[in-house]
Design a protein around this ligand. Structure first.
Ligand SMILES: C[S@@+](CC[C@H](N)C(=O)[O-])C[C@H]1O[C@@H](n2cnc3c(N)ncnc32)[C@H](O)[C@@H]1O
Length: 209
């Protein structure tokens, strides 16, 4: 397993994981609306809809969007590192009668999971923006190695400085430099009362081995 470099980094990862777990243990987390965002619906059902293929969702929570993708013909793998979230996602997929491969694990350590890809679509709704800085390169590398030529990454994230900690948030400049070989094709502000963004990235032609 790909370990943190320092005790401080390991502690930071654990603090983040525990904080997220608390939300699930307390009941319904505030983000768990059960509604698929219109930005994803547009990509899947809109005018220039993507043809169904293979999708990987990072930080899938209770599975609303993984189930949505599966219902629309996608072969879906969905990852979250909170087991309670994965359990609820499994129940949701079973209730919907769709097949979603739900993996309990870390989106920045995909090599530890059975998720080789290649994927045509990656979907991330508020996962990357909460990942500690020292794990973000590994996240980008994991996706890059699993990207089919021309794959999309649709990501929603909070702007830098939005949350009450020192590292959460994501910027267009950060994604441009971190996702080598990808093109940042679109940045659309979210509708929240604080800075949020929908990013669309497109992978280059050759899959990195
Ligand atoms: C703000 S929640 C959003 C959940 C879901 N995407 C939704 O919109 O309902 C972020 C999710 O990402 C998961 N997450 C955060 N960091 C992760 C990591 N490194 N690996 C796997 N899951 C992670 C959390 O457990 C949580 O379920």
């Amino acid at each position: 397993m790909d370990k943190p470099n320092t005790t401080q980094e390991a502690d930071q990862e654990e603090v983040v994981r525990r904080a997220l777990e608390e939300y699930y243990l307390a009941g319904k987390p505030p983000w768990d609306t059960g509604v698929t965002p219109p930005e994803l619906v547009a990509l899947i059902e809109g005018r220039d809809a993507l043809p169904p293929g293979r999708a990987l969702e990072l930080g899938c929570g209770t599975g609303t969007n993984a189930v949505y993708l599966a219902r629309h013909g996608w072969e879906v793998v969905a990852v979250d590192f909170i087991d309670l979230a994965i359990e609820q996602a499994r129940e949701k997929a079973d209730a919907a009668g769709v097949a979603v491969r739900l993996l309990h694990g870390d989106a920045t350590r995909l090599d530890d999971l059975d998720a080789p890809g290649p994927y045509d679509l990656f979907f991330d709704l508020s996962c990357y923006c909460g990942i500690p800085p020292h794990r973000r390169d590994a996240y980008a590398e994991g996706l890059t190695r699993r990207a089919a030529p021309g794959a999309r990454l649709l990501m929603f994230g909070y702007g830098a400085g939005t949350l009450d900690d020192t590292f959460s948030g994501v910027t267009a400049d950060e994604l441009r430099s971190r996702f080598a070989g990808w093109e940042l094709a679109d940045v659309t502000p979210g509708t929240n009362p604080f800075p949020t963004f929908w990013f669309t990235l497109r992978a280059g032609g050759a899959r990195v081995p």
